[in-house]
Design a protein around this ligand. Structure first.
Ligand code: MN
Ligand code: MN
Length: 322
């Protein structure tokens, strides 16, 4: 499709024939799927399924991330016409990416939610696609990781976050966005020794053996060195990348539930993600985007860029890193 098509083609979310390639429809109009990919529940020959999880019932402070998937989709419409900047290839043209819509769940039956989400992701993985999840609060990464671990065994986690989210959950039953990685490590679905948390700047004495590049160290060594160290930690093991948008400084991502000062700039996050090219990434998520607190829309814009970069990292792995 060409720029000229913007005059007579709209709503690629349900009208596009070719699942690959850019989209030149009016960025400010039309149905807003993620990056104007086709909305479909058909996973045949799909490389990457982008799926929304509008769940925010596990938060400790400000809510609102149930509105995150919608806001990220809308913010992504400005990126749809062009290849992601600075890469030697364009995953949108090279791979079949679809918008799988959102997971269905009973908002009033929270105990049933984890298994519902695990089954949703399992369906995507069983079809041979990778999932990129638009959250939702960070709890959702736990049921997602369960599905990944069923397929790959214990995952190596790369987590960008202000918080470790490994606070203790002794009976392992809480639906809490601050304890789910405790459960993930204790239940063996995340391998701590080959996992790394980047941007941490809240106190939690027990690391559970997870490697940490905290925010002060990140600022000292810079994004390229942090990415290099992360690549060394995960090696060639299967990686799940979880990006809590509060890893960014509140100046760049104010629209989130538990903001903490001293975080990454968006430029540093972009360089960090680009520097991870070559990891054996199998899937990822961007979580904790809360539109009601996102006064400028900057947080949703950052979320859309992060999700796009995760797609590029997946595309890089799928092409064998060449
Ligand atoms: Mn956080
Ligand atoms: Mn988190």
């Amino acid at each position: 499709m060409a720029l000229e098509d913007a005059k007579n083609q709209m709503d690629h979310a349900f009208t596009r024939d070719d699942p690959r390639g850019p989209s030149f429809e009016l960025t400010f109009g039309g149905a807003t799927s993620f990056l104007r990919r086709r909305y479909t529940k058909d996973l045949t020959d799909v490389d990457i399924a982008v799926t929304g999880v509008p769940f925010d019932q596990a938060v400790t402070n400000r809510p609102g991330t149930r509105l995150g998937p919608r806001a990220i989709r809308e913010a992504s419409s400005l990126q749809a016409p062009d290849a992601p900047y600075g890469w030697p290839f364009d995953v949108l043209s090279e791979r079949t990416i679809i918008d799988y819509g959102d997971v269905a769940f009973d908002y009033a039956n929270i105990p049933a939610f984890p298994d519902t989400l695990t089954a949703h992701i399992r369906g995507i993985l069983d079809a041979g696609a990778a999932s990129v999840v638009l959250g939702g609060d960070h709890y959702i990464s736990f049921p997602i990781l369960k599905a990944y671990a069923e397929k790959h065994g214990p995952m190596s986690l790369i987590q960008i976050d202000a918080h470790t989210d490994t606070w203790a959950d002794d009976d392992m039953s809480r639906v809490d966005h601050g304890t789910m990685f405790y459960k993930a490590v204790k239940s063996g679905i995340v391998d701590p020794a080959t996992s790394v948390q980047i941007g941490i700047r809240t106190t939690n004495e027990d690391t559970l053996g997870v490697n940490i590049i905290d925010a002060p160290e990140f600022h000292r060594i810079g994004p390229a060195a942090a990415a290099k160290r992360a690549r060394e930690i995960v090696g060639d093991r299967p990686v799940y990348l979880s990006f809590d948008i509060d890893g960014l400084d509140p100046a760049f991502a104010p629209g989130t539930g538990t903001p903490v000062w001293g975080g990454l700039s968006s430029a540093q996050a972009a360089a960090l993600l680009r520097g991870l090219a070559g990891i054996n990434i199998q899937g990822g998520d961007v979580v904790e985007v809360s539109p009601p607190f996102d006064t400028t829309g900057a947080t949703a814009i950052a979320g859309a860029h992060v999700a796009t970069e995760i797609c590029q990292l997946l595309g890089w792995r799928m092409r064998g890193g060449a």
